[in-house]
Design a protein. Structure first.
Length: 131
């Protein structure tokens, strides 16, 4: 069984590292450089998991998270948010973020792959490649 991951980050090198690590575990990867592009991808391709930066132009990761959670068709989409260390959240943001996992940048590509693998394993009986 194949899974599709959507990687969203305004920094191309972060997207590339995440893409390579998720392809290594058998994911098909699509990417976007901001939240607006990501929202369009979600509506057209409905990935199995979303890995998104928090601080981005146009539509940030928290705004994207709100859109996803407020749309019944995507409300259960597994989400991993990438945050810069030291990024301060408001209490309302932290309550929203309870519905996803947080990975701090800089992150280990292997650790990100493991987290994605764990989340996808809960969705289906098996993932195509072991971590």
């Amino acid at each position: 069984m194949s899974f599709t991951a959507l990687i969203v980050d305004d920094e191309p090198h972060i997207r590339r590292v995440a893409e390579l690590s998720l392809r290594a575990i058998g994911c098909t990867v699509i990417s976007a450089s901001n939240g607006e592009q990501a929202w369009e991808e979600i509506q057209h391709n409905c990935p199995d998991i979303l890995v998104s930066d928090v601080q981005m132009p146009k539509l940030d990761g928290l705004q994207l998270l709100r859109l996803v959670r407020d749309t019944p068709a995507y409300a259960n989409l597994p989400i991993i948010l990438l945050t810069a260390k030291g990024f301060e959240l408001q209490q309302s943001d932290s309550l929203l973020m309870d519905s996803c996992e947080i990975v701090c940048k800089p992150f280990s590509p292997a650790a990100l792959s493991r987290r994605v693998h764990e989340k996808l394993s809960k969705q289906a009986p098996k993932v195509t490649a072991a971590v």
